[in-house]
Structure formats: C-alpha cells, structure tokens
Design a protein around this ligand. Sequence first.
Ligand code: SF4
Length: 402
Amino acid sequence: MDTKAFKRSLQQSNNYHRKGFGHETEVMGTMNTEYQSSLIQKIRENNYQWQEGDVTIKLAEAFGFCWGVERAVAMAYETRQHFPTEKIWITNEIIHNPSVNQRLLEMNVGFIEVINGSKDFSVVETGDVVILPAFGASVTEMQLLNDKGCTIVDTTCPWVSKVWNSVEKHKKKDYTSIIHGKYKHEETVATSSFAGTYLVVLNLKEAQYVCDYILNGGNKDEFLEKFKNAHSEGFDPDKDLIRLGIANQTTMLKSETEQIGKLFETTMLKKYGPTELNEHFMSFNTICDATQERQDAMLNLVEEEVNVMVVIGGFNSSNTTHLQEISIEKGIDSYHIDSEKRILPGNKIEHKPLEKDIETKENWLPDGKIIVGVTSGASTPDKVVEAVIERIFEEKNASVLV
Ligand code: SF4
C-alpha cells in the first residue's frame, strides 16, 4: 500500500482531526484539577527536595507527563466535549497510565478490546468517533476506521510521526529500516506498518548479532528464527541488510539507540568503506526530547545520595521501565510501582522487578533517616507522584510511632 498517499488523503478528509476543537482553556482547567499537584509544585520550587520527619524526597529534575502525553489526554477530553452524544472509542490505552485510562472510562470512552491477540473492531459503527492514542495506530487500523466511516481524532505525538516520516524516507530510497524497539509495542507496530522492509532489534546484543551477520554471514534459518515476528514479510538477511536506515521507538533508552545507530554505521563503514557509506546507511535524529530529558535527569539522580529509589509509571510503559533500568544498573534498591496503592501498611511494597512479575518486598524502607529518590514516566500525572510521596511519609511516620 502507498502509506504516504493514504495518510495524505486521510488528512484531507473532513472526518479526520489532529488538532483540538477549541475547548483548550476549559479542558486545561479540568486537567489541572485532576492531574496537577500543589505538593509537587512546592518540591519543584524547593530545588526538587522535600523533607518530612525522617524522610527526604529527592525528585528527578525532569519527570512525569511529557507534552505529547498531555496533548493526547487534552485532545481526548476535548473530543468528549465536542461530541457529547456520540459513541467514542480509543484504539488502545491513550497512554500507559491506569488512572488516566480509568478517568476516560468514567467519561464513557470505550477501549477496543483485544480478543485472542487481535483488536475487536466489530463494536465500532459508522459515525462513531475513534481516538488514536499518543503512540499512534497502524496504517491498517486507520484504513479500517476510515472505511467504516468513523470520525478519527488522531492524538499521535508529533515525535512519533517524525519517526514514521523517517521510515517513509527509507522506504522511498529502498533502504531497510532497522527499528530499535519492542516489536509488540503499539508504537513499533505502528511504525513498522509505515515501513517497507524492516527489522526490529530490541537491544545492543541483537544489533551486534545482525552486524556480525552483515560482516561475516551466518546461518539464515537461525537468523530468521531469532527475529521471528520482528521483521517484514519475506525478509531475507542475505538481501535486505545491504542498505540500512535507523529508526526507533521514541521511548527506548536513548544511549542504547545512539549506540545501535553507531554500531550499524561502523559496520557499514567496515563493509563498504567511507566513500560508499552514504549509499548504505542513513540516520535521522528521532530521539524524543522528553524521553531524553527524563533519562538524563535520572542519570543525574542516581549519582546523588539516595537510599531507595521509587520509579512510578504503568507496568507496560516502556519509558518508565528504562528509568528503572538506569537505577538498577547503578545498584540502587529501586521499586517500579504504578500507584500509591502498591505501598502497603507494615512497610511492604508491591513492585515489578525488571523482566519479572509483581512481587512483594517487606521492610523496603530502611530504618532511621532516609533519602528516597523519586521519578516517574512520561505517562504519569503529578497527582499520582504526590500520592506516592504522601504514602511514603505516612508509612515512615507510622513506623516511628510504633
Ligand atoms: S515520550 Fe516523547 S514521543 Fe512519547 S508522547 Fe511524550 S513527547 Fe511524544
């Protein structure tokens, strides 16, 4: 399919909206009440530190809602106001945050269910309004909704669209897109739907495997098995790794995306030499500023003295998981939680260790005076961060009183 032409024709349709509906001021007022926090504001103004009793909180200097997420949530609120009686659907969680998604459910916005691994669009009827989330939707989904005669409200973050433009450029010049991401993540599913030939690599290790194959050859069946589900149909590593372009899921670890880009560039340089490099390698900077700022702030925070780290965000949020990785790599006791409800009475916490299921840790807050580092992913409202901090104060004070 000519995805570029489809996107262009969709954008010209009266049923397609990618800007708000003029209710910004009202919506911002509601969002401030629902998601902003006066405590967090005070902490920000106090040089990102706050002490109560034995606990000192150190906040990362960049955390929480990014503008792309804020924009998507505001557009969803505006959509409800603008279409008060229509049925409204979202093709997926608007962002990876349970409290925001719960709020939308309360506003009578339906989520498309996933049944046996596929989304069930049969509930969507002509004239319904369908919101595409901040991390976008695949071109097949857009086409299906357009064919059904739905009104589409596209909240895809412009940073994500920028990556889509990159893969379109790769496709136009017949380059294979190497996408640093998780092949199942909705954003990467959407990005790969705009790509021509593509291969998704999860990390530096997988990138190294591909680069070794480029330089030394290898077992094609093993290659295809290793990247099963992570490449375009008919992908052939012997033919499709000759001209490469780099793209990324915007929420991956920035340093790793850069290393992967560099690794492929060096590999193509070794294989084809400097004069031919441009014929074999193409790269655009598509790392989102917000992801970069939050990761940089976390890199600074882990250098400070903290006894415990709390990383707040949806368990399926990629950017939150990467913040947690930074902390773990530094050897800090770090707890990824999605809400204050995970902090249980009696100094217990339910948290999700990297690559594992949720588990409970007892005595997670050390005795005596402690410093707790706190950060949150791009989908987490300040109100949730505030609630977590309040619970930490409460728990620690309770233990002092015992
Ligand atoms: S993290 Fe970046 S790409 Fe993702 S929604 Fe926020 S601003 Fe957009």
